[in-house]
Design a protein around this ligand. Sequence first.
Ligand SMILES: [Zn+2]
Length: 230
Amino acid sequence: MSKTVLHDLFHTLFPDLCLACDRLPKVKSASFCVECLHRMPYTDHFKIKENRVTQHFKGRFVLHHGAAILRFSEGGMVQNMLHKLKYKGRLEIGEIMGKIGAERLLHSNLFGKPDIIIPVPIHAKKLKKRGYNQSTIFGKGLGFSLDIPFSEDSVIKALETESQTGKSRSERVNNVSDVFVIKDPSVVKDKHVLVVDDVVTTGATLEACCIKVMEAGAATISILCIAATE
Ligand SMILES: [Zn+2]
């Protein structure tokens, strides 16, 4: 039996285990155990204008507001959750983060109400291999809870990119600047577009995607990610 099949079987048998640690039972009406609920590293990005995400993209394009829900740290619980969402088919993690993100956004007076949600796309080849885009799962959950339209296909990733880690900022941005293509500019034209992604690390891919959306005529852009490195 393959590792993935075993993993799936495990979750069929124990569907009530915490999404973050997979060890302890979930608290009733939550997706996490008591321990993980207590140490979930939420950011203050929904309340603070100058934060890690807005600072990162300052001066690059007109950013209405930017936030990450959680702080990402190497080897931490957030990395574990994102890994399961991205590589282990645990789509419910993206859905629940969409729901949590929506609640936080609704209680924030920094975002306003975006008109449309767009995920940072992945290349068609990768999509075929993985079967889903993790940012789409998150964005759909967010759109559903906020009652904001979600558009999966208006931006496509036309070129495959190598890892951006270890490159300088200008190298990274040049490397990805022509990667994204706007298929249908009317979807973003004159709109407040909320661009969503799973994690902000170097931010180069997210930046390239936002610049394309801006060039296609968006009025303003906001960013919401599940997590960001500090
Ligand atoms: Zn837990």
